[in-house]
Design a protein around this ligand. Structure first.
Ligand SMILES: Nc1nc2c(ncn2[C@@H]2O[C@H](COP(=O)(O)OP(=O)(O)O)[C@@H](O)[C@H]2O)c(=O)[nH]1
Ligand SMILES: [Mg+2]
Length: 395
């Protein structure tokens, strides 16, 4: 017998943007949706949710900008809304925006989003910031680790955003679900397996159509929202009791509440993936930084200081000497004869004055102006370019 699966063409696709705060979610949301945006409170909460509509090929797309959160726990209202919006609105694709320059922190949320088992795309934004910091996270490597498609973007410049959106729509239309499960520690996985077995066996149905493994993890974490959802179902008592017992065992073994233990294991996975997919290249220093480094470390700074002083002395000898010759000769050829002629006409006193004034002025022209002026000009320049404090530093 052939089962005919309903082939009704879905014309509406719901895309949910999820990510930690400040990863560029809004920047991407506005580029995708343009001006057609509705802001409303999520039902029963004070948390604002933005929604935009846009046409894409045959599809009407509804884009939801979820609150930025670091985790999908049920602790803060933002977290709960982000989670409820995903569980209740059933987006056809979750677009998880991560920060390429701080992957580790972003991936903690990614791991939790993956557990929801919905079609998903990872957008690695802030790629320019990562590169500027000498970080080269590889989209291909990350994709391999997560078992999800990954696209890099620079939202502020609009780079790759249209491609990411195309890809998201494709994933939604094809309903590709993440195939990969990232395992926690062996002990935790054992508890999860036992509890997931109980859930499958005793619970009439799984809340929100979540995978049994995910519900098991949430119950082990003592997640209020999921506990409530499970409590309404037939067969819940046995499952919840088992969950409490397993959570106590984890807590006793590790000396911390099971929720902390599970969070710690997720952090460990996030850190490991981030390390493994990111190549670190020392960022190219700007020339001013390099100059700063070489002038203010002793090994290179002292020779540079000696060279600058030697240069200053040579400059004084040559430029000062040249100016001295110019000024003294100029004075003696152009001014001195006329001055002497004038004073000599005044008799003996005049001759004495002539010698005094002439010598005095020649002294000024020979020393004060050429050497001291050059010296101060050079010092003013060194001060202005900021060398003097560096020189003081190496001394
Ligand atoms: N350099 C750089 N800045 C970005 C990028 N994407 C977003 N930003 C900036 O990062 C800040 C946070 O972006 P926003 O979209 O508000 O983040 P949200 O909190 O995730 O909604 C804003 O100042 C953006 O202009 C990017 O790819 N590169
Ligand atoms: Mg935002």
């Amino acid at each position: 017998m052939v089962t005919i699966v309903s082939a009704v063409k879905r014309s509406e696709i719901v895309v949910a943007l999820a990510g930690t705060p400040n990863v560029g979610k809004s920047a991407i949301f506005h580029q995708i949706t343009g001006a057609d945006v509705i802001v409303s409170n999520y039902p029963g909460t004070t948390v604002e949710l933005m929604e935009g509509r846009v046409k894409h090929g045959d599809y009407d797309i509804r884009v939801i900008d979820l609150p930025g959160v670091y985790s999908l726990g049920a602790v803060s209202q933002d977290e709960l809304v982000a989670r409820r919006a995903i569980l209740e609105q059933e987006p056809d694709v979750i677009v998880n925006i991560v920060d390429a320059s701080n992957l580790e922190r972003s991936l903690f949320l990614t791991l939790q989003l993956m557990e929801l088992g919905r079609p998903m795309l990872v957008v690695m934004n802030m790629y320019d910031v990562a590169l500027a910091r000498g970080l080269h996270p590889s989209a291909a490597e990350l994709s391999k680790k997560l078992g999800l498609p990954v696209i890099t973007t620079v939202a502020t410049r609009g780079e790759n955003v249209a491609r990411a959106f195309d890809e998201a729509v494709k994933i939604a239309a094809a309903r590709v679900r993440p195939g990969k499960v990232l395992s926690l520690s062996r002990d935790t996985e054992r508890a999860i397996k036992v509890l997931a077995g109980e859930i499958a066996k005793y619970l009439g149905k799984v809340p929100f159509g979540l995978p049994a493994r995910t519900v098991a993890i949430k119950l082990l974490e003592g997640d209020e929202h999921l506990i409530k959802a499970v409590a309404d179902l037939p067969g819940s008592e046995r499952v919840l009791m088992r969950a409490r017992r397993l959570a106590r065992e984890i807590a006793a073994k590790y000396g911390e509440p099971s929720a902390y233990r599970i969070a710690r294991e997720r952090h460990g996975i996030a850190a490991m993936i981030s390390r493994e997919v990111t190549e670190t290249v020392p960022a190219k220093l700007k020339w001013s930084h390099r100059l700063d480094n070489i002038t203010s470390t002793v090994r290179t700074g002292v020779p540079i200081m000696v060279a600058i002083f030697a240069g200053l002395i040579l400059l004084l000898i040559y430029v000062g000497g040249f100016l001295e010759g110019l000024l003294v000769n100029g004075w003696e050829i152009l001014v001195s004869p006329a001055l002497s002629g004038f004073f000599n006409g005044l008799g003996d006193l005049g001759r004495i004055l002539d010698i005094g004034i002439n010598q005095g002025i020649i002294g000024i022209l020979a020393v004060m102006i050429p050497y001291i002026l050059v010296f101060f000009l050079v010092f003013a320049l060194l001060e202005d370019i900021g060398y003097l404090p560096r020189m003081a530093f190496v001394m």
